[in-house]
Design a protein around this ligand. Structure first.
Ligand SMILES: C[S@@+](CC[C@H](N)C(=O)[O-])C[C@H]1O[C@@H](n2cnc3c(N)ncnc32)[C@H](O)[C@@H]1O
Length: 214
């Protein structure tokens, strides 16, 4: 672990602060030292800073679009932390990154973006990963159309009241759009605050589609 960096985050998220250690502990078990990770929808950058502090030799590429991008840039500007890259602009509606990554991380974005952006997001993620690369998704999901908790159902109502295109997604939808891009669900970990950490692995030519999946 590196020395903890203290930042006064603009657009601070209590939720991101509360879940960051639980997520970091799983990332440590999934990512090899030196892994290069793209984060989609970094928000304030709290996760990025925490994970770079916590994970050995990680190279973390934060990314976002408006309305968060400017605050993300300001938050990370003064931080000198080896492995924390300068934020890049990324709208998943126009996925135009060509670099390679060992993993892609994305927290609390699927229920914000409209469902019609999910296929493009999956295609974009898959295009950045070699076989064996990981796509790690944090957030709330429905299973067979059912919310996992009443609070998630209330949250879904609140999301839709703010934006009719937002809402908690069915895991079956996420899995099917991922599968089309050779991204197979290999783990579904319950996390605090009624969220899940979904781990997808990009198949390689040796998998022959036989990798175990949920
Ligand atoms: C609820 S915030 C989550 C922020 C952070 N990941 C967290 O867990 O605290 C949703 C994030 O999704 C980003 N977002 C929304 N639409 C997007 C899009 N089309 N492309 C990329 N990011 C998007 C927002 O800018 C915001 O940073």
């Amino acid at each position: 672990m590196r020395n903890e960096v203290s930042v006064n985050f603009e657009c601070f998220s209590n939720a991101a602060d509360n879940n960051k250690q639980f997520i970091a502990d799983v990332l440590r078990s999934l990512l090899v030292s030196g892994a290069r990770v793209l984060e989609i929808g970094s928000g304030s950058g709290q996760h990025a800073v925490h994970f770079v502090n916590q994970l050995d030799e990680i190279i973390w590429q934060p990314a976002d679009k408006e309305p968060y991008f400017d605050a993300l840039e300001r938050n990370l500007k003064g931080i000198s932390l080896t492995g924390l890259e300068k934020p890049i602009y990324l709208d998943v509606a126009q996925f135009d990154i060509t670099e390679r990554f060992d993993a892609v991380f994305c927290a609390n974005v699927m229920h914000i973006i409209s469902a019609d952006l999910i296929p493009g997001l999956m295609a974009g993620v898959a295009s950045l990963l070699d076989g064996g690369g990981l796509f790690i998704l944090y957030g709330p999901y429905k299973y067979q159309g059912a919310f996992t908790t009443e609070s998630n159902e209330r949250f879904d109502g609140w999301l839709k009241a703010n934006n009719v295109l937002s809402g908690i997604r069915d895991i079956e939808l996420i899995k099917s759009k991922a599968n089309i891009q050779q991204l197979k669900l290999i783990d579904d970990l319950p996390m605090p605050a009624n969220n899940q950490l979904l781990v997808f692995r990009k198949l390689d030519e040796n998998d022959n589609g036989t990798v175990s999946s949920f």
